[in-house]
Write a protein that binds this ligand. Structure first.
Ligand code: HEM
Length: 106
């Protein structure tokens, strides 16, 4: 089964649109990485101030390879050159134990 790695980013409400803008201009490198399965940027629609960057991978090794790659650096270029929009970030790790999508099960 796949693994999920989520970067949980705390973003002050007044900078939320700026974060969305950065992702709109994202490198798109992640989807070319071996073992990549899915990416979603999840914006809070309740009163929280934590965005979730959801990524799903075939194996832990695939995630580690991407996280240590040039593609990761490239994907975080604006963050690295223009400074963070976030005030905190935390990596959350999960194993997928069940999965279902409309039209597909595994
Ligand atoms: C210090 C921790 C991190 C912060 C503050 C952060 C923040 C950001 C920001 C602001 C962007 C938009 C592009 C940019 O501004 O450069 C971005 C891109 C991205 N981040 Fe992070 N990030 C961090 C670490 C991680 C980690 C550990 C993951 C793994 C789940 C991750 C997943 C992604 C992905 C998938 C993209 C899009 C890259 C692409 O399209 O190739 N980030 N991140």
């Amino acid at each position: 089964m796949s693994i999920v790695r989520i970067n949980a980013i705390t973003v002050p409400r007044e900078r939320a649109d700026e974060l969305v803008g950065r992702f709109a201009a994202r490198a798109g490198e992640v989807s070319k990485s071996p073992g990549f399965e899915a990416f979603e940027l999840l914006r809070p629609s309740d009163d929280r101030d934590v965005f979730l960057v959801y990524t799903r991978w075939s194996t832990q090794e695939d995630f580690d390879n991407w996280a240590n790659s040039q593609a990761f650096q490239q994907g975080h270029r604006a963050h690295n050159t223009q400074g963070p929009v976030s005030s905190a970030s935390e990596l959350w790790s999960f194993d997928v134990v069940q999965h279902e999508e409309a039209g597909a099960t595994s």
